[in-house]
Design a protein around this ligand. Structure first.
Ligand SMILES: Cc1cc2nc3c(=O)[nH]c(=O)nc-3n(C[C@H](O)[C@H](O)[C@H](O)COP(=O)(O)O)c2cc1C
Length: 223
């Protein structure tokens, strides 16, 4: 076999030119508001087998002005916005409590789609966090007590000791209470972009912008 014929996965990964296909996104296809359009696409992503369709990549602004980023899971969406749960004392939690500005991407690559949300994330009502925490598996509830998210720890063993201590603490408790530092944020969107990949990189991009007097304006932007 000649050298040229040996497939190199790294070269392949870097130099693919996948055609993003035949689906289109016309102004007449989208709902009147971005939440309705998003929920339709999320349901479709789930239905068409996207792995973790509710996973979103969330960027925030640290107190020194630098961006930071990570994946979180969307746990609720309605006309108030996009809800996720985390540790308020984590890096993202502290960033958001100081500056609620966020950008989020739902990367549904296998559908040749992405949705990008710009907005402000504020803590949800305590009751919403209580209710959501109460429905988590007990192991996840214990982990929320054991882990001071984003803080350094000496070793895996040290983390497992903290889990053990939390299990001991609640051994007789039927219900594990929500740690005060754990809860939800809800992102109120002011701009939502729906991106549909098309042939020759001439993708469709339709953007909902919050209008001054309420409601939404729809605009197409270039790919
Ligand atoms: C698929 C996936 C889903 C995740 N979901 C969450 C989540 O819902 N909440 C959360 O706090 N962290 C979640 N994480 C972990 C975060 O990406 C991140 O490591 C953690 O929240 C700490 O981020 P920070 O140090 O920037 O605050 C998830 C990670 C992955 C890969």
């Amino acid at each position: 076999m000649s050298h040229d014929a040996v497939p190199d996965p790294l070269v392949d990964a870097l130099h693919r030119h996948t055609d993003y296909g035949s689906e289109e996104l016309e102004e007449s296809d989208v709902a009147d508001d971005p939440i309705a359009q998003f929920t339709a696409w999320l349901a479709e992503a789930a239905d068409r087998g996207v792995y973790e369709p509710n996973a979103m990549v969330l960027s925030t602004i640290d107190p020194d002005g630098a961006p930071s980023i990570r994946t979180v899971l969307l746990r609720g969406v309605d006309e108030r916005g996009f809800e996720f749960y985390t540790d308020y004392t984590s890096r993202k939690g502290r960033a958001l409590l100081a500056n609620p500005a966020v950008a989020v991407v739902f990367p549904w690559y296998t559908l040749h789609r992405q949705v990008i949300v710009f907005g402000e994330a504020n803590p949800v009502e305590r009751k919403a966090s209580d209710d959501y925490f109460a429905h988590r598996p007990r192991g996840a509830q214990i982990a929320a007590w054991a882990s001071d998210q984003s803080q350094p720890i000496a070793s895996r063993e040290a983390l497992e000791r903290k889990v053990h201590d939390a299990e001991e603490r609640f051994v007789d408790a039927d219900v594990v209470p929500r740690p005060e530092r754990w809860g939800g944020f809800r992102i109120a969107p002011h701009r939502v972009e729906f991106w549909q990949g098309r042939t020759s990189r001439l993708h469709d991009r339709l953007v909902f912008r919050a209008a001054v007097g309420g409601g939404w304006e729809l605009e197409r932007i270039q790919p």
